[in-house]
Design a protein around this ligand. Sequence first.
Ligand SMILES: Nc1ncnc2c1ncn2[C@@H]1O[C@H](COP(=O)(O)OP(=O)(O)OP(=O)(O)O)[C@@H](O)[C@H]1O
Ligand SMILES: Cc1ncc(COP(=O)(O)O)c(N)n1
Length: 275
Amino acid sequence: MKTALTIAGSDSSGGAGIQADIKTMTVNGVFAMSAVTALTAQNTTGVTGIMEVTPAFLKEQLDSIFTDIRPDAVKIGMVSSAGLIQAIAEKLKEYHARQIVVDPVMVATSGAKLINDDAVSVLKEKLLPLSDIVTPNIPEAEVLSGIEIKTEADMTAAAEIIGKLYHCAVLLKGGHQLNDANDLLYSKGVCRWFYGKRIHNPNTHGTGCTLSSAIASNLAKGFSMNESVRRAKEYISGALSAMLDLGAGSGPMNHAFDIKGKYTKEKTENKDSKQ
Ligand SMILES: Nc1ncnc2c1ncn2[C@@H]1O[C@H](COP(=O)(O)OP(=O)(O)OP(=O)(O)O)[C@@H](O)[C@H]1O
Ligand SMILES: Cc1ncc(COP(=O)(O)O)c(N)n1
């Protein structure tokens, strides 16, 4: 079985972060492992607290993983401090990690800031040059490229700047802001649009985490970058289309929409839940 590792923060409400990553990787057919960068106390309405692990403990988790079960792909999500980013870069280099997907998580859908200002420059200097693909949304791409993004032409320009600066592929997500669900992939000097159908679902908590984990899963399985992105878009569209509706804010998606196994068949009667 192919394996994938997520290095990210825990989301106590289960829709984003490590929890979304593990669900996504499992459903996409790879064995999921995790190195936790921070615990967050959060739900669909916001983040009330963040408790980071120390860089030394993050390194210890990565040593345990890489010296035993080698990941075929690595996804990196929320990493809020410079010291933690440095620890990850050091270990990825030491173990010659391959197929690295960086989701440069900066602000949660609920508005909470998930990265310190000084960490952004370390992310640019140390982590992005190691990545095979980076998956910014528009505000994140503005920070990484240094240009304002108002049009699809700006998206193309920003993706090219980021790709050339860090020698990696770039998936710039049009998502909530510019166009419907159309994302732009810059890879090996070529730009290609991935057109998605906009799904009218206000519950988008964890979409970025889920998409990047699905890409990592498909890279781990040996698919090309183009095919991994195509499959990941298809998966996230399915998860959004399942129209799960939980929580008072922007709720999570149903990562398990396609599971029809023995243990998921029986419907449970739960009068308190909305679904
Ligand atoms: N309503 C929607 N319908 C279809 N696809 C969507 C919708 N919203 C987001 N997506 C897709 O989900 C993926 C994640 O994009 P999004 O812009 O939500 O990322 P993000 O802003 O990093 O996410 P997050 O909310 O986790 O920070 C992209 O492929 C995007 O096109
Ligand atoms: C631990 C963690 N990692 C990432 C996100 C971003 O996801 P979203 O923007 O969808 O809330 C999050 N909310 N929590």
